[in-house]
Design a protein around this ligand. Sequence first.
Ligand SMILES: [Fe+2]
Ligand SMILES: [Fe+2]
Length: 178
Amino acid sequence: MRDVTLVQIFDHPITQKYVKRSGMAHAIACAYHAFKLAKEYHVNPDLAAKAALLHDIGHYTWYRNGKWDYSLYKENDIHAIKGAERAHKLLIRLGEHPKAAKEISLAVLLHTDSYLPKGELHLKPLQKVVNLADEADEEPSGGHHYRIIDDDKARIMLAKLDQMIEDELNKEEQKGED
Ligand SMILES: [Fe+2]
Ligand SMILES: [Fe+2]
C-alpha cells in the first residue's frame, strides 16, 4: 500500500496552482516516462512517477510585457530549488513517509543542472530517471510547458498510472516472497 496516490497529489490545490503553471500535460507525460524508465533503472516506480509529476512545481513566472522572457528566466531561475521545497511540503501534508518525501524532493532538486555552477553531477538512479523523463518530453523553445490537458482527462490518466504502479509494486512484493 502506498501512503499517497498520484490522484491525491493532483487534487491538491497546491498542485493545481503550481503544476498547472508549468504545464500539467508535461508533468503527466513525464510521470509516464518515469514509470517506464524506473523499470529499466530498477528504481521504485512510485517515487519516480511522483517526482516526475512534481518536477516543475517550483516554476516562477518570468513575464515581461505579457510575454515569457527566456533570458530573464535563464539568468534568474531557481525552479528546481523552489520545487524541491514545495514538493516536500506538499507530500508531507498529504501523509507521505518522510523518507519517501526526501527522496522525491531530492530528485526534483536535481532534475536539471541548468541553475548549477558548471561541473559533473553524479546522479543516483532515481534522480537520473526523473532527469531523463523530463528530457524525453521536452519540446524546442519550451513548447512542452504550453500543452493543455483538461482536468477530467488528467485525472483519468493519473488514476490509470496509479493502478500500473500498484500492480508493479505487487509484482515486486510477490517476487520477494518466492
Ligand atoms: Fe524543469
Ligand atoms: Fe520539465
